[in-house]
Design a protein around this ligand. Structure first.
Ligand code: ZN
Length: 278
């Protein structure tokens, strides 16, 4: 089955990973800008990172027939530095018309601080001003519930935001309902030790249905598994779910969400893959 990984940090992965993903059916992926594991010292570091995301990674992916897309921002962790964040936000428009840029992300909260919230809202302004889609990171573990509520409040307070163009990522059992009920898209991140497992993601699809739900691997520099989406496909098959349902979650849903972005120029593998499943 062909699939799309809507959230994966390929700058942290090897070329062998691209090859493995291609062999497993990955035809496209999107890579949000994130924390490098250390705080960057200047706006120039972000300019170079955005060049890596928009120039180098698409070429590396294309060697294996994978289409690579990206999202730009300063992440929630470094947003604690408000002055640097504002410099980065002022620089982002240089890149917004580049091929493969889908929008602003992954913005969000980390420790739910005032500075993080300020920069989150300034990113929302940027997205509205440049008519961009938005991809959102929700906090880890004990900060997730409160952080998700804060994020949803900030989004819902801004009447300019088109909710069908916003993806709220890293949802779990205790947050997914609020995200879907407010009309946003929700992403489940399949991690080996935290966030969701393939089994829990399958449970969530069974409980909430497949509408506006995505699954991703978030494969990054920490403990993570870039092939987690195929693990989800296997788990759904093990439970005897129809191929059409699985395909909706791992292929058609990301296509439907991404197609709202000017930068998404997806070329399906063949005619059969581009037509909706009856
Ligand atoms: Zn991420």
């Amino acid at each position: 089955m062909y699939y799309i990984d809507p959230h994966i940090h390929m700058v942290s992965r090897t070329t062998d990973d691209y090859e493995t993903l291609a062999k497993m059916g990955c035809v496209a992926m999107s890579e949000p800008a994130f924390w490098a594991g250390f705080d960057r010292g200047s706006v120039e570091s972000f300019r170079d990172y955005f060049r890596q995301l928009t120039e180098f990674e698409p070429k590396r992916a294309a060697q294996f027939g994978i289409q690579h897309y990206t999202w730009l921002c300063i992440n929630a962790k470094e947003a604690e530095n408000v002055a640097l964040s504002r410099e980065v936000i002022a620089m982002i428009p240089e890149f917004l018309n580049r091929p493969g840029v889908l929008g602003i992300g992954e913005i969000g909260l980390n420790k739910n601080t005032r500075n993080e919230a300020t920069i989150f809202m300034e990113h929302l302004d940027l997205a509205v001003k440049f008519d961009q889609q938005i991809l959102i990171h929700t906090p880890h573990l004990e900060d997730k519930f409160q952080g998700t509520r804060m994020i949803l409040d900030m989004l819902c307070d801004d009447s300019r935001i088109d909710r069908s163009r916003v993806l709220v990522d890293h949802v779990e059992e205790h947050t997914v309902r609020y995200v879907l009920e407010e009309g946003f898209w929700a992403g489940m991140t399949l991690y080996p030790i935290s966030k969701c497992t393939p089994q829990r993601a399958a449970d969530i699809v069974e409980i909430h249905g497949p509408e506006r739900l995505l699954v991703n691997s978030a494969g990054d520099w920490g403990p993570s598994k870039p092939t987690a989406v195929p693990d989800f496909i296997l788990e759904m098959r093990r439970r005897n779910h129809p191929e059409s349902l699985i395909r909706k979650v791992v292929y058609e849903n990301p296509l439907e969400f991404f197609r709202q972005s000017q930068g998404f120029r997806f070329v399906p593998r063949d005619q059969e893959e581009s037509s909706p499943v009856p």
